[in-house]
Design a protein around this ligand. Structure first.
Ligand code: FMN
Length: 365
């Protein structure tokens, strides 16, 4: 039962993806450890320059000969008034003063060149290319497929999954609202579609014919087996790997992951201008009272970067973005390989229990 359409397509042993997590957690060591353990490691490369992207891929290739994936952000063209940007910049100065960094900084670059990032992936011939926040141009999807790269999109509704299938992706991540990090929502400009994994996965499974990867709140073998029974072909786990030793998450962030509860996260636009789930902080609480308009992603993301970085330097979690899903109490600091093994061992026990259960529905029921 743990062999699925996707384990065959990707030539991996177990249907476990370690989620791509841009911003530092998905180090080459983490990606390689998960792939070496039989899952699919994924690099969150959305914020990497083309040069950083190439060298990181090459480092992963030194650490594993198994398949791994690379994830990018589909670019967005935000329209924002100068007034909203100026107002936010002035508002954020109180944090800069408190953290002892320069006030009124010049507006930094919003995002890296998607075209150049794609070019690196084509040249490096990665096994899997996944993306979120939209659908890349048709030529990009085609070029990847021509190189033998498996292409995976992200959906938060059935409609988005259908659009992705029509665009030619090979598989789709069904991202439930429990998920940590940014919501992949891209249709209708609604950034707060909040459909839970349990409801979302079987509905997407019923409406597309490509394999589905369940994501959001899946932390162990129970979540894996449940997802497979819902019709998923694999799971994508993020928060479960955030506090492991190979993760590049900041030490203070790891401590927060290990000490927080299921009810401490919230979906917010405070840090980046795009809906994302993270552990509640003073910064979030304050920005939720902000009287003006929070600039759209990726403008707000670029505008808060200096604050987040200074907060990380001074070990102040209250002004850092602590992306995390609702499965927090199940997180551990075990090694990445141990997390994969424990998930698989638990899944086998459960599958055996279920298939031997006297309460199992009879075939003709
Ligand atoms: C810290 C963090 C960063 C993330 N960054 C990305 C990303 O760069 N690309 C992406 O497609 N998903 C990203 N996600 C979302 C994950 O792919 C996945 O949907 C989520 O982790 C699943 O929920 P879970 O954290 O409860 O396992 C991120 C999640 C977290 C927690």
């Amino acid at each position: 039962m743990l062999e699925t359409e996707l384990t065959h397509i990707l030539k991996i042993r177990y249907p476990i993806f370690q989620a791509p997590m841009a911003g530092g957690p998905t180090t080459p060591e983490l990606v390689a450890a998960v792939s070496n353990a039989g899952g699919l490691g994924n690099l969150g490369a959305g914020y990497l320059t083309p040069e950083q992207l190439r060298s990181t891929i090459q480092k992963i290739k030194e650490l594993t000969d198994q398949p791994f994936g690379v994830n990018l952000f589909v670019p967005e063209q935000p329209i924002e008034s100068e007034e909203a940007i100026d107002q936010m910049s002035a508002y954020l100065n109180k944090y800069r003063i408190e953290l002892g960094i320069a006030t009124n900084p010049l507006l930094p670059k919003f995002s890296e060149s998607f075209e150049e990032q794609v070019q690196v992936l084509l040249e490096e011939k990665v096994a899997v290319f996944s993306f979120t926040f939209g659908i890349p141009p048709h030529e990009v999807i085609q070029a990847m497929k021509e190189r033998g790269t498996v292409v995976i999109g992200t959906a938060t509704t059935v409609e988005e999954a259908k659009y992705l299938e029509a665009a030619g992706v090979d598989a789709v991540v069904a991202q439930g609202s429990e998920a940590g990090g940014h919501r992949g929502t891209f249709l209708n400009n609604i950034s707060d579609n909040q459909i839970g994994t349990m409801a979302l996965v079987p509905q997407i499974v019923d409406h597309v014919s490509i394999p589905v990867i369940a994501s959001g709140g899946i932390m162990d073998g129970r979540g894996l087996v449940a997802s497979l029974f819902l019709g998923a072909s694999a799971v994508q786990m993020g928060t479960a790997f955030l506090a492991c030793p190979e993760s590049g998450a900041h030490a203070t962030y790891k401590q927060k992951i290990l000490s927080s509860n299921e009810d401490t996260t919230e979906i917010t636009r405070a840090y980046s201008g795009k809906a994302a789930r993270g552990i509640r902080t003073a910064f979030m609480n304050d920005l939720h009272q902000y009287p003006g308009t929070i600039p759209a992603y990726p403008i707000q993301n670029a505008m808060t970067r200096d604050i987040r970085q200074a907060a990380a330097k001074s070990n102040n979690p209250e002004y850092m973005s602590l992306w995390a899903g609702q499965g927090l109490r199940l997180a551990s600091d075990h090694s990445a390989a141990a997390i994969v093994k424990q998930t698989i061992d638990q899944a086998y026990v459960l599958v055996n229990l279920i298939t031997k259960s006297p309460y199992r529905m009879k075939e003709n029921d």
